[in-house]
Structure formats: structure tokens, C-alpha cells
Design a protein around this ligand. Sequence first.
Ligand code: ADE
Length: 256
Amino acid sequence: MNFHVMTLFPDMIMNGLGTSITGRAMEKGLIHVEAVNIRDYSQDKHLHVDDAPYGGGAGMVMQPGPIYRAWQALAEQIGKKPRVICMTPQGSVFTQKIAKQLSEEEDLVFLCGHYEGIDERVLEMIVTDYLSIGDYVLTGGELPAMVMIDCISRLVPGVLNNEVSAEFESFSDNLLEYPQYTRPEDFLGRKVPEVLLSGHHANIEAWRRQQSLIRTAERRPDLLEGACLTEKERAFVEQMRRKLPASAEEEKGFHA
Ligand code: ADE
């Protein structure tokens, strides 16, 4: 799978993604990450890529020309008009489901904005999707692009060592993952749950499923609506939610 990132900070992308699991996936040729420096497409003698906004206002706006030319070069390299994802807090919020859909593509282009924004005309001409990583504002689109590329990469076959782990993890079924334990069996008096030492696979499976339900009801009850539960599980969750103190969040110190 090929990721092409249009950015003014190519080192940030290559250094960030060149590390750890994504770095290894790049070395193995499972994913390919290319940072396209938008500045390389400036035709200005000082290599400017931004200018003041028409109509006035604070900050600078990224000009359409360099971005359009960078996109043209990419489209030619890829051999077709690619899917271009613009990183913006105005986009739909990126989810595991969107990551799964995007992982089916051969090539993805990420457009990272900076300053006060990007000239609207070039966005109209080249962008196919607008995505955000959450309702907060960052200084640029590089970190969001890295977040998305990391998330999509681990869905590419071979990137994770254990193929099953991407299937049975948080969000895969709108449920959070069950708690995990490893050696030692007793850590400062805290024991690993007995069932996990039993070797009884059906019981372990049932315990983990129940833990997922409990954890989701406690931490992310909003996810349960979209989860695929049996009638018995739904009743269990309902009963749990009734039992959870209304002030559960207060107890965890989320409130001032
Ligand atoms: N650029 C600035 N903030 C962003 C966000 N929250 N998501 C995506 N791109 C952004």
C-alpha cells in the first residue's frame, strides 16, 4: 500500500513513520511512504507557498498553485486521479471503520495544511475526503496524517506479527478489548485472574467477552448502541448500566 503525503514538513513524516512498526513495514516493502514537499512546486523565486488572505484577517493562506502542481505530479506517477484526503478539523472524525475502508485502497494521498488554511479553489479541484482526528485544533495536518497512516498500516496484511490481533481488538465490534495479563502471576499481591491460568479455552473466551462488555459499559457506553450483542448480553449490559453509579465519572475524577 502506498501513502503519499503532501506537506511542508517532509522530515516530520519520514522520521515519525520511519520508526517502530511502520518503519519495519516500510523496510519490508509492505507499505511505502513518500513525503512530497509542496515547496518543491513553488514557482516563486523565494519559494513562497503562502500569502495573505483576500478580504483581510490574521495569518497566511496556502496558495493553490504549488499544491495543484504537486497533485498533478502525483496523479501522473500513480497513473490515475488518486483519493486525496485533506487533514482538517472541519472533516468527518476518523474512526476504525473509516481506517478499514481506506486500507482497501492501493494509493492514498494526504494533504497537510498549515497556517490559516488552504485556498478553497484547489481543495475543490483535488480533494475527495475531508477527515479530522478529533474536535480540537492542531498547528498542522502532519500529526493527523501520521495517526491515520499508522492506523491504516496495521490493517495491511503482514504489518502486525500476529494477524488475529487486528481482528479481536478495541472497536473491531464496537466493544473495547478485554484486559491483558502476563508474568508474573502475582505482582505486588495482585493476582492474574484464575480463569486465565486454567487452560480452559471456552471459559477464557467467555470471561474475555464479559470483560469487554463490562469495560465498554463503564468507559464507552456510547459504543454499545452499535455493538452486535446477543439478547442475554444486552440484558447483562442493561443491568450493569443500571447498577453503575450515576456519579461514576465523578468518582474517577473527571469532573472539577
Ligand atoms: N489540522 C488541524 N487540526 C486538525 C485535526 N483535529 N484533525 C485533522 N487535521 C487537523
